[in-house]
Ligand binder design. Structure first.
Ligand code: GSH
Length: 216
């Protein structure tokens, strides 16, 4: 049985964005059951947790003896357990791993810088000018992925864990129209987000952070 560690409570802006969503989605796609372990600020700084996640962050996945952190590493691990997530065929597998890294290393930094500015600094005097620069940098990457997706439904020939990473990266820009400005990319994000496994994973995260549960 897999155990997924996530945060007990998060600020409103993070609801629907916590990276445990990536792991939940992959587990749902593969039909792998899991339990959730909730942690708060005390556990995040505890030495025992730092041995599992040196930065005190989530998600962490325990799979029998194995403990993994970094959502990308967790998805690769799950991919190795399910051909629904990571194709067995060599060329498709190589493309999938390549796009996993691309989502995390070539797209997420630009998207994340902009998303962080919007969430944490939108009210600052300097933020307007900086936002224009960060938007241009993010848009450049988005347009490049958009071009790759022309004539394709998914990053590789079929849905893979790379699409989970890319979609959750793109969702960090929800509330802007930047993704939707790129026609193929916007359609791709909508296609991935319409998958039942994504709806289930998102619903489970939203339910965890519902106001009723936060008070309880
Ligand atoms: N690169 C890490 C990033 C993990 C991360 O940023 N986790 C956030 C939630 S989405 C977190 O734990 N934030 C709480 C904190 O940093 O204290 C991954 O992909 O797993």
């Amino acid at each position: 049985m897999y155990t997924l560690t996530t945060l007990r409570a998060v600020p409103p802006f993070a609801i629907g964005q916590v990276r445990d969503l990536r792991v939940r989605w992959a587990l749902e796609e593969a039909g792998l059951p899991y339990r959730v372990r909730l942690i708060g600020p005390d556990e995040q700084v505890a030495p025992a947790y730092r041995k599992q996640q040196p930065f005190g962050q989530v998600p962490v996945l325990n799979d029998d003896g194995a403990t993994l952190f970094e959502s990308g590493a967790i998805l690769l691990h799950l991919g190795e357990r399910s051909p629904d997530l990571l194709p067995a065929e060599a060329a498709q597998r190589a493309q999938t791993v390549t796009w996993m890294f691309a989502a995390l290393n070539s797209v997420e930094p630009h998207v994340g810088n902009l998303a962080n500015l919007i969430v944490f600094s939108a009210g600052e005097a300097w933020a307007r000018e900086r936002r224009a620069v960060l938007e241009e940098m993010a848009l450049k990457r988005l347009r490049e992925v958009d071009a790759w997706l022309a004539g394709r439904d998914y990053l590789v020939d079929r849905f893979t864990v790379a699409d989970i990473l890319m979609t959750t990266v793109l969702r960090q820009l929800d509330g802007t129209d930047l993704v939707e400005r790129c026609a193929a990319l916007g359609a791709y994000k909508a296609r991935c987000a319409a998958r039942p496994a994504f709806r289930k994973a998102l619903g489970d995260q939203m339910a965890l952070y519902s106001p009723e549960r936060q008070i309880a």
